[in-house]
Write a protein that binds this ligand. Sequence first.
Ligand SMILES: Nc1ncnc2c1ncn2[C@@H]1O[C@H](COP(=O)(O)OP(=O)(O)OP(=O)(O)O)[C@@H](O)[C@H]1O
Ligand SMILES: [Zn+2]
Length: 649
Amino acid sequence: MDQYNKIALKQILLPIRTTKTFSYLSQNDKLSEGDLVEVEFGKQNLIGMVTAQPAEDVKNPEKLKYISKKLPYKFTNNFINFIYKASDYNICEHGLVLKSCIANLSGGSRDVEIEEENLLPPINTTLSQPQENALNSILSSHNPILLEGVTGSGKTELYCYAIYETIKNNGQALILLPEIILATQISERIATIFGKEKITNWHSGISQANKRIIWKNIINGKIKLIIGARSALFLPFLNLKIIVVDEEHDTSFKQEESIIYNARDMAVLRAHEEKCKVILSSATPSLESHLNALSGKYSKVPLEKRFGKSKLPEIKIIDMRQNTSSRFSWISNDLISAINETLYIKKQSMLFLNRKGYAPLSVCLNCGYKEKCPNCSFSLAFYKSSNTLKCHYCNYCSNEKSTFCKHCSNIKIQLRGVGIEKIEEEARILFPSARIISLDSSTISTHKKAQRLIADISEKKFDIIIGTQVIAKGLDFESIHLVGIIQADPYSHDCDIRGIEKSYQLLNQISGRAGRKEQQGIVLMQSYNPTNPLLIKALFNKEQFLEEELNDRKESYMPPFSRLISINASAKNEEKLINYMNELRDAAQNIDILGPSPTNRIRQRYRYRIIVQSTKGLSTQKSVKNWINSVKKPSSIQLSIDVDPYNFL
Ligand SMILES: Nc1ncnc2c1ncn2[C@@H]1O[C@H](COP(=O)(O)OP(=O)(O)OP(=O)(O)O)[C@@H](O)[C@H]1O
Ligand SMILES: [Zn+2]
C-alpha cells in the first residue's frame, strides 16, 4: 500500500443515473470538493465532480484509474448542496441532477470570454408610489417573496428594478418564465431597460456551442442576467443573488421527464441554498404559495391596482343556452357584436379556447364508438388543416379519416366538440375582412417565430388573435380591447385535484390581456352554466374562492396541506405490471398509499399508479425510496417517481 500514500483517493460523482460515487486516484492532492474532473468510465470519458466523501476502502487499489484531467471549473458549496437537496427532494439520483448541471460542458470547447459589464444604464421609467413601496418591501425582505398583483399592475416592471439593484451590486440574476412567447416578449422589454447585449436567454433552442459559452461565462460570474426556461435553474452561477419566477402558478414549470421536478419549488430551494432573494410573481398564485404566504413562510407583497390609468376589464358572462340563432355557431351573437365593435374602433380582439385542432372527437352516430389512438387510450382529434386525426399524447397521426365506423361499419360519423381551427373557420366567415391569426404551441415553437408574432401583433397586423393557453400568459399588448373566452365553464376533473384551481388561474390570466393601457377592456365569457357559483366566485370574488378551495383541500387532506408522491409504472405486458405493483403495495409499511390503479395506456404501454399521501417533510422521501428499493423491479417495467404530481392522466 505504501506507494499509494502520496497519492490521494477521491470519490467522484458521475453524471449517470446513480447516487453512488466512484473511486479514482489523483496525484494532485489539491483537488477538493466541487472541482470538475475528467475520468475514464468504462469506455467513455465523463466529466465528474469531486465530492467530500471519505475515500472508500478499495480491495484492489492497483486496478483503480487515475483522474485523467482537472478542469478549470469548480462548483460552489451552495450549488453542491442544491444538487444534493434537489435530488433528495425529488427522489432522484444525485448523478442525474449533476448531469443536468454539466450537460453542456462536454464536446469541443472554444473559450469565448465575454466582456464583464457591471454598470447598467439607468432605468428610464419611474415607479408609481405603490410600486415604490413594493420595491422597498422586496429589497428588505429575507423570506421568499410572493409578489401578488392584479394583471397589468406592473409586476414585471417592478421585478426589473429589483434585478437592477442586484446587478448594480455585482450579483447575478435569473428570471424563469413558463412559455417561449412570454420569454421572448419579456426579454425584449428588459432589453429596453438594460440593453440587449446584457441579456442572455437560455432555452432548448440554443445551440450546444452557445450553451457551452454561456455556461462558462456563468460559472466565472461574467454573465449577469439569464432569462430562461426551467433548466436554467441548473446553471452553475458563481454569485446568484436573485431569482424571479414569473407566473409562478403555471403548471408548465413542472418538468415531467428525466428529472421530475417543479421549477418553482426548486427555485425556492436554490435561493435558500444560495442565500439569495427569490420572487414568485403572479396575479393568481398557486394555492401552495398562497398558503405559504398565509402562514408567514413567504412575505406577500401586494399590488392592488393596475398601473397608471389602466383599469381592470369589465367582465360579462354570456349564457350560451340562449344562443339559438338559426345556424349554430361557437361564437355567440353577443361576442360577434363585440368583435364588430372592436374592429370598428380599430382595436384587437383575442379569442381563447384551450383546444388544438378542429374537433376533439369523431363519434359514430350509430354505436357511439369514438375513434381512438391505436397506441394510447385517448380519442383522436381531427385537424382540418392537414385532414388528419392526431393523438396529442404520442404524436400518432392517421391520414385516413375514416368514412365509416371501425366498430359497426355505419357511415354516419360526426365530429364533436370544438378546437381553435373550427373557431378560426367560423371567424373567417363571420368577419371576412378582418385579419385573423390562430396560435398554439406548434405555431410558436421557436424564439424566432415568437419574435415575429409579437412584432406582428404589436404592429396591429392582425385584428383577431385566436389561441390556446400560449396566448393567456403574461403577454402585454397595448391594443387588445376585447377578450372572448369560448368555453369558460370551470373544468373539474375527478382525478385532477387542481382542476378548479387551474380554471380559475386561466380565466383570470386570459382576462388580464384586455385593455392594458388607457381604455378599459371587455371580457366576454361564454358559458353553458352561467350561474355556476364556482365560475362567479372565480371571477368576482377571488378571496372567497380561494378560501373555499383551501378549505376543501384541508378537509380532504390534499396538497398544499399534505404531500402526494405518485409512483408511476408502465410496461407492455399488463400482467407483469400488475404483479409488480401488487408486490409494491404489499411491501408498503408505515406508508399511506392509494392504489395501485390503472391509468391511461400511452405509447403501447400500460400504466399503473400508486399514490403516497403523507405529511410534508423530507422523511417521506426517504421512506419511499427505501420502500421502492425493497422490491425487485423487472427490467421491462419503467418506473418514475413524481413528488408533488400535477398530472393525473
Ligand atoms: N413604472 C412604470 N412606468 C411606466 N409604465 C409602466 C410602469 N409599470 C408598469 N408599466 C406598464 O404597465 C403595463 C403593465 O405592466 P406589467 O406588464 O409589468 O404588469 P404585470 O403585473 O406584470 O402584468 P401581468 O400579470 O398581466 O403579467 C405595461 O405595459 C408596463 O409597461
Ligand atoms: Zn397515441
